[in-house]
Design a protein around this ligand. Structure first.
Ligand code: ATR
Length: 267
């Protein structure tokens, strides 16, 4: 039996185990997906231990996404993002991937969104980095807007075809954009939006990386403005789907995994 898992601290409420195990069951793969909660300083050590124990694959979440870089060989995208969320132990050293970037692009494409033209990414933290690289690699020009404008400029210097801005420029930036992604924590467990409602319009596709609540204030206001909306569970789903496919080499049963994820979110 293959063992897959997630390392994070905390990982208590993760929806990855039911999502991945539903996929294994659907495809008849003899595997389990479990959570591990190593001490906050021991990310790299945990990866070495997992290799020793013959774990087949690990997802990685806060606070370990940067720390595990020293224990893996990152692929080009993960190296540029500077963070790993998926480790494949089939190689020695294990290979580190970042499927958060593709999670965002696949979530948008799944909703019929064409990834060309101009995108606005709000946030320049860990999620913002992954999303900005993902959209840029897909061919979009990316305007990164962040509360701390220096962080937006620093990230824009690393991402191809990107510019950095303050949140006060969102109205102007969105007028010309076809895609908006919220990669801040604003709206998580609160009825707030990082984007003024009057800046939203019907030619936008809006992805919110926040999935608690599933319908954030941003998505509600985007729907009111006639925009296409993509909730954060789609991004969570597709980062998992991409990890599943890298580990197993098979096409993931997306609908089954989505149903398991949504059932977990409803609990
Ligand atoms: P994550 O890994 O989820 O991206 P993070 O790295 O801590 O988390 O980044 C949080 C992001 O949310 C940052 O872009 C942060 O802006 P700053 O760089 O200015 O801190 C943004 N953020 C958090 N709280 C915010 C708020 N109240 N208003 C605007 N942006 C906020």
């Amino acid at each position: 039996m293959d063992v897959y898992g997630l390392i994070g601290n905390p990982v208590g409420h993760s929806l990855s185990p039911p999502m991945h195990e539903a996929g294994y069951e659907e495809l008849g793969i003899d595997a389990r997906y479990v959570t591990f909660e190593p001490p906050a300083d021991d990310g790299a050590k945990a990866v070495e231990a997992a290799a020793t124990l013959d774990v087949a694959g690990l997802n990685v979440t806060v606070p370990f996404k940067q720390d595990v870089l020293e224990a893996v060989a990152p692929d080009d995208l993960a190296a540029r993002i500077g963070a790993v969320n998926t480790i494949d132990f089939a190689t020695d050293p294990p290979t580190g991937y970042n499927t958060d970037a593709v999670g965002a692009t696949r979530a948008l494409e799944d909703h019929g969104v064409t990834l060309s033209g101009e995108a606005v990414v709000v946030g320049a933290g860990g999620a913002g980095r992954a999303v900005a690289f993902g959209l840029a690699d897909a061919g979009m020009s990316v305007a990164i807007a962040n509360r701390t404008v220096e962080k937006a400029h620093a990230l824009a210097d690393e991402v191809p075809n990107a510019t950095g801005h303050g949140l006060d420029e969102l109205g102007d930036l969105l007028a010309d954009a076809s895609v908006l992604v919220n990669a801040t924590t604003v709206g998580m467990k609160e009825d707030r939006s990082p984007v003024p409602a009057d800046a939203l319009h019907g030619d936008l596709a809006v992805l919110d990386a926040v999935y608690d609540p599933i319908e954030t204030r941003l998505l509600r206001e985007a729907a009111d403005a006639g925009a296409t909306t993509v909730d954060g569970a789609w991004m969570l789903l597709y980062q998992g789907v991409e990890a599943f496919e890298r580990w197993t080499g098979e096409s993931a049963p997306v609908e089954t995994m989505n149903a398991a994820l949504r059932a977990g979110l409803d609990e």
